[in-house]
Design a protein around this ligand. Sequence first.
Ligand SMILES: O=P(O)(O)OC[C@H]1O[C@H](OP(=O)(O)OP(=O)(O)O)[C@H](O)[C@@H]1O
Ligand SMILES: O=c1cc[nH]c(=O)[nH]1
Length: 224
Amino acid sequence: MTSLLLSVTTGAGSFILVIYLQMDKDVQEDEGKGEQKGRRGKVMEPREKTLLMDAEGVRRAVTRIAHEMVEKNQGTAELVLVGIRRRGVPLAERLQRKINEIENVAVPLGALDITLYRDDLTTLAEQPVILKTEVPFSITGKKVVLVDDVLYTGRTVRAALDALMDLGRPQSIQLAVLLDRGHRELPIRADYVGKNVPTSKKEMVSVCVQEIDGQDSVTIQERM
Ligand SMILES: O=P(O)(O)OC[C@H]1O[C@H](OP(=O)(O)OP(=O)(O)O)[C@H](O)[C@@H]1O
Ligand SMILES: O=c1cc[nH]c(=O)[nH]1
């Protein structure tokens, strides 16, 4: 309850007038509890997560991309997969397994850490964690498919291209991502996309994979 104190002076003297203001019942009851309320007193959840892909959706996207890769490259000759750490790596492993199911061929698989190639390396507040780059085969002359979970500004992929070029001279480089959320800052596009999702820059997309996060999902929410 909110009250208003008014000092009133009349011919009969001065007195204090107390006016009690009636508020929306649900606002009134929750007053002082520190929760964020809407105009009608309802608790607002501006950072609510929305599910964009569940485990089944992720599985279907990986299966479709594997088929598209085989189709586009007319088989698996000279094809190699390189996942960008961290979540691009388990996705690349799944694509490798799927391609094996389709073509009965185990295409070579590598993992790339792009940290030292990031264009914001010198401005990072914390000491960056450098993970291992493991590409145990020559990429020279190969059709490399880079794999990552999210494509946003394109800066991670730019760094990955530089990291790859330091390893050899591929015949071509293609890009596969589970989710493309737009807002590119560089002239980069994906050859294979699990799902295109128009987003606002205020939003954050999170990909979870079983191997790292204990479940497969893609969610979107407002940034904190
Ligand atoms: O197109 P971009 O603007 O570069 O964004 C995409 C990258 O952002 C995420 O990685 P992040 O740098 O957040 O690190 P993470 O792999 O540890 O999640 C994601 O895994 C992509 O690699
Ligand atoms: O929303 C985003 C942007 C970059 N990287 C992500 O993983 N999510």
